[in-house]
Every structure is written in structure tokens, then in C-alpha cells.
Design a protein around this ligand. Structure first.
Ligand code: SF4
Length: 447
């Protein structure tokens, strides 16, 4: 069977697996309402549905005695929406709060849970603002996740306080302007202008600003999890995190319109760090065989597929984020991600943008979008080459089969043996591939 046919069948099968996993997960997560409510109130034996913007229930035990009110409400975290189930007693205090769904990077969520969330919400008064409560400080390095949990709970308890308990409740502000948001938007605009006008002298200042703002302060590097949030429709609420939409959709749209991966070339903070290390400490003049890089980059689609499958299966787009960005910029990551980060930083001394060129899923997706646009443009503007079709029937049937057909006129493959440096790079690539799989399995809680 010809290679391109096999490739098509493989891509088709991979896509079918993704669709089937999404369908399976859609039905499996539709647990019945009572078992969902029992996650916050195990004694609940029956419930009565109440009216409200957020789904609200009155919970009863086996002898039909009132237990508490339960409310389901969502707000935006880092990666997407966080859905909380909160129970409130007749005295207007929180009995329990449970995270039902989230799209957070697992390491950020773990950090928040280790700080006592959401258990520390127990006993908090509905009539008071949770955000002004000093006992509920944001967890350093995972501020948005903490804020997402607090906002989601505040929305739900405000509704129960007002509708069921008839008490005055604090107003829930959906969006707080943060200066990092304004700075990210400004950076995006400057980057697009600089890339279009090819103002290369702005590239380094933009990278420095991006490392500081997008990387360390906002911890908002683009990840595969962001793309998965779109595919799984688990995006943040637009009124709560408009900058998420501007950044993620903005970069996708700009990449498509320009047919160029502007983000990697001008803005990505981790790309900037690798490039900075290489330029500052470049120690060896050994060149990596481009074929090794390209083979590694192509094989990454298998890992991207695996990440997407796990994200879909566990209904959490954050699981797909295996990049070493969170350990580097946020100090939060699983063991495999920390090892990967260390290896990438050391190897960046020898190979320019080692992570970008061999492994990065974000770069692969953006490159793919840019490539699609260029191909589409070529097809639209292509003039038919009749001479080629009529004059060379063999060439017209060329299917890039890579066989030794006379018409191909392909150069003989370079059979020179690989240098020690290249062999070393191949071993590191294999180790990194295993680490990526380990990072994904750790994200999914499987190891
Ligand atoms: S390939 Fe990945 S790490 Fe590199 S610049 Fe692009 S997004 Fe950043």
C-alpha cells in the first residue's frame, strides 16, 4: 500500500478514536443528579429542584428531614471553567464545597488543594464576601485557580442566600481588571504590528517583556490545554476572563490570517528563554542533523494525540498540558515535567530551541495552522500547468511514493553515519519522549 494512503488511514483512525472517546465521555459523565449531590452531602436520600440561574436543590435524608441547600455554580480559573457544588445550611453557612469539574493544569490544582481548598470554605457565612475573608487567601502561584473556586462558590451561595434564606448577600463582581491583562493585550498588539512590519529590532524587547509579563507574572503561556478547552467547550466565561479569549483566539486567528507562526517567533516566553540561553552560553559548534529534528517533530503528533485522548477521556483539558512551562514560570509541575524542564534548559546551551524544534505541541499546532493557510492560498492562486499534465503523464500521477521511480529524480539519500553528538541528541529525544508520556500519565493521576 502506498505510504500516503497508509498515512491517511492512520490519521482517519486517530480522529475516529478522538471522536469516539468524546462521545463515550459525554455519556459516562452524565451521572444521575442524586449521586452527584451525594458527593457534597452523602446523607442525601432525595432532593427537590428549586428555581434559579444556577441549578439549586433542597436535600433531604431518608426520613425526609431537611439537610441543606445545594447549588451548582461555575467561574473561570486558569485553563477554563471550574464548577463547584456547594451545600448551605439553614443558618446561612457553608456545609461543604466540592470541585465537580475543572480545566486547570493538574499541578496548579494540586497546589490549591494542598493549601486546604475547598475544605476551608466550610462554616463560612453566606452573608459575607469570601474574597474579603483573610482566612481565604489566594494560593501563591495559583491565584486564578483560587479566585475561580471562590467566585464560583460566591455566585452559588449568593443565589441561595437571596432566594431561599432571604438574607442580604454581597454583590459578585464578574471581572476584576488586573494590570497583567492590559499588559498582555498591549503585548499582543505590539507583536502583531512588529511581525507584520518585520521590525526585527523589537523582537528582543518583546521577548523580555513577554518573559516577565506572560511568563512569570501572569503565568499564561499558551499550552495544548488551552486548545483542548476550546475543543471540549470548557473555556472560561468570557465576561470573567476576556483576556483569555483575546490571547488564545487572537493568536489562532492571527496565525491563520498571516499564515505565519507569530507567537513562536515573537512572543512565546519559553521560546525566548531557550533562545536566550543558546545565544548567551552557546558552547559547541556541533550541528544537529535537521532530519533528526524534523523526525522528532513529526512523531510528536502521536504524543499530541495521546494528550488529547487523555484530556477527553478524563474530561479535563488541563491533563493535556505536558509542557515544562508551569514548573519554569510557576514553580508547579509533576516530577516528569521538572526533569524535562532541566533537560531542556541544559540542552538549550547546545541546540537552539531544543524543545521548540523537537517536542512542543503548541508550536506544532500553530505551525500546522500557518501551513494550512499557505497551502490554501497556493490552491486558490494556482494556475493550471497544462504543459506539465499533458507533457509528462508519469509526473502527473506522482504520489510522492518515494520509490525509485525514474520521474522522481530524487537525490540519493545521504548514508553517512551519524556523529557522536547526533547520536547523543537522539538518545535525549527518546528520553524526553518517555518523560512526556510519564508527564501525561502523572497529570491523569495514572502513575
Ligand atoms: S514551539 Fe512552543 S515553546 Fe517554542 S516558541 Fe513555540 S510555543 Fe513556545
Amino acid at each position: 500500500m502506498q505510504i500516503w494512503k497508509r498515512k491517511k488511514i492512520l490519521i482517519f483512525t486517530a480522529c475516529c478514536c478522538l471522536v469516539l472517546t468524546a462521545i463515550y465521555q459525554h455519556f459516562i459523565t452524565k451521572q444521575d443528579t442524586l449521586s452527584m449531590l451525594q458527593r457534597a452531602e452523602p446523607a442525601a436520600a432525595s432532593y427537590k429542584e428549586l428555581e434559579g440561574v444556577y441549578p439549586t436543590y433542597e436535600l433531604f435524608n431518608q426520613s425526609r428531614k431537611f439537610l441543606s441547600y445545594a447549588v451548582l455554580s461555575s467561574a473561570s480559573g486558569y485553563g477554563g471553567s471550574i464548577t463547584m457544588l456547594t451545600t448551605i445550611n439553614k443558618k446561612g453557612r457553608i456545609d461543604s464545597a466540592v470541585i465537580l469539574e475543572n480545566a486547570e493544569t493538574p499541578t496548579y490544582l494540586k497546589r490549591v488543594m494542598e493549601s486546604g481548598y475547598p475544605e476551608n470554605l466550610q462554616g463560612q457565612a453566606v452573608a459575607k464576601s469570601l474574597k474579603s475573608n483573610q482566612k481565604l487567601d489566594a494560593v501563591s502561584g495559583a491565584t486564578r485557580t483560587t479566585e475561580g473556586i471562590l467566585t464560583a462558590v460566591q455566585k452559588g451561595i449568593a443565589q441561595v442566600g437571596k432566594n431561599q434564606l432571604d438574607i442580604a448577600v454581597p454583590k459578585v463582581a464578574s471581572y476584576h481588571f488586573q494590570w497583567e491583562d492590559g499588559a498582555i493585550v498591549l503585548l499582543l498588539i505590539l507583536t502583531v504590528v512588529a511581525a507584520i512590519l518585520k521590525l526585527k529590532k523589537f523582537r528582543i524587547p518583546l521577548f523580555i517583556a513577554s518573559v516577565m509579563i506572560i511568563g512569570f507574572m501572569a503565568k499564561s503561556s499558551l499550552t495544548l490545554g488551552n486548545f483542548m478547552s476550546i475543543l471540549m467547550n470548557k473555556m472560561p466565561v468570557i465576561t470573567e476572563r476576556p483576556v483569555w479569549f483575546l490571547a488564545v483566539f487572537g493568536i489562532l486567528v492571527v496565525t491563520f490570517i498571516l499564515g505565519k507562526n507569530v507567537y513562536c517567533g515573537w512572543l512565546c516566553p519559553f521560546g525566548a528563554i531557550q533562545e536566550g540561553i543558546y545565544r548567551a552560553l552557546h558552547l559547541s559548534n556541533n550541528r544537529v542533523d535537521p532530519k533528526i529534528m524534523s523526525a522528532s517533530k513529526k512523531s510528536q503528533w502521536i504524543l499530541i494525540w495521546l494528550a488529547a485522548m487523555l484530556g477527553l477521556f478524563f474530561h479535563n483539558p488541563g491533563i493535556a498540558s505536558y509542557e515544562p512551562f508551569s514548573p519554569f514560570f510557576g514553580g508547579a509541575g509533576n516530577t516528569a515535567q521538572w526533569i524535562m524542564m532541566g533537560m531542556v534548559l541544559v540542552l538549550s546551551i547546545f541546540v537552539l530551541r531544543f524543545w521548540c524544534r523537537c517536542f512542543c505541541p503548541v508550536g506544532s499546532v500553530l505551525d500546522f495552522i500557518a501551513q494550512m493557510k499557505r497551502k490554501w492560498k497556493k490552491i486558490v492562486h494556482r494556475k493550471p500547468n497544462f504543459q506539465h499534465v499533458i507533457g509528462n503523464s508519469e509526473a502527473s500521477r506522482c504520489s510522492s511514493c518515494q520509490s525509485r521511480h525514474s520521474v522522481c529524480q530524487k537525490k540519493e539519500k545521504n548514508k553517512a553515519s551519524l556523529s557522536f553528538f547526533n547520536k547523543l541528541i537522539i538518545s535525549f529525544i527518546v528520553i524526553m519522549d518517555f518523560l512526556i508520556i510519564a508527564a501525561l500519565l502523572q497529570n491523569a493521576g495514572l502513575i
